[in-house]
Design a protein around this ligand. Structure first.
Ligand code: ATP
Length: 200
């Protein structure tokens, strides 16, 4: 059987050290061959929030993952019409990578909401594994979740990662206010942001 491939979706506006640490830990904990970074075109859960054009976000993710052969940029949520639900992302990937088992990566807070996602049963059926990063203060009742979405418990693999207290929103704010941020992002991403004058 082909090795497991991780699927890591996000807006990545911008990508930062928290994202890289999560992807790195997921590779280790779930023995992933690769992590596909799926840059969301139109995030369905962030309607009305202005986001940076997709070309810049793709370029920043490319810059962030350069040099790590395990990481790959995916256009799964760019080369198909939105809105971009995770079920559709996995369907697109399965059409383009037939027979490859996929591990969808998420935080424990998202796992809690999974039964309310778009077509959760189909989403779950397309996943070989759900790689779930534990978050402090977030308790997941797997039994209760299993009652709402049968089959979920058997697919979940929890993992821990060093906590990096950075968010894309916080970074956008810091950059716009001229607050320190250079050590919160890979230098390649910082260079891109500065060259293009983003988030000012
Ligand atoms: P925003 O602040 O704009 O909501 P974000 O930093 O949370 O963005 P996204 O691109 O929306 O970034 O997130 C992609 C994934 O990365 C999500 O599953 C999110 O839970 C996770 N993530 C974001 N920041 C961190 C962090 N510091 N540590 C671990 N995981 C993170």
């Amino acid at each position: 059987m082909a090795g497991l491939i991780g699927v890591f979706g996000g807006t990545f506006d911008p990508p930062h050290l928290g994202h890289l640490v999560l992807a790195d830990e997921a590779c280790h904990a779930l023995a992933l061959d690769k992590v596909l970074w799926v840059v969301t075109g139109e995030p369905p859960h962030k309607p009305g929030v202005p986001i940076t054009p997709i070309e810049h976000r793709l370029a920043m993710v490319r810059a962030a993952i350069t040099g790590d052969d395990r990481f790959e940029l995916s256009r799964a949520d760019v080369d198909r019409p939105g809105p971009h639900y995770a079920e559709g992302t996995l369907r697109w990937l399965q059409e383009h990578l037939p027979g490859v088992p996929l591990a969808y990566l998420m935080g424990a807070d998202s796992l809690h909401d999974l039964p309310d996602w778009h077509q959760p049963e189909r989403f779950l059926a397309r996943c070989e594994r759900l790689g779930v990063m534990r978050r402090p203060g977030v308790e997941v009742d797997l039994q209760a979740l299993e009652a709402r979405l049968p089959g979920v418990a058997a697919k979940v693999r929890f993992f821990d990662a060093p906590l990096i207290g950075v968010s894309a929103r916080g970074l956008r704010r810091r950059i716009s206010l001229g607050l320190p941020h250079r050590y919160l992002l890979p230098s390649e991403v910082l260079n891109y942001i500065e060259a293009k004058g983003l988030y000012r």
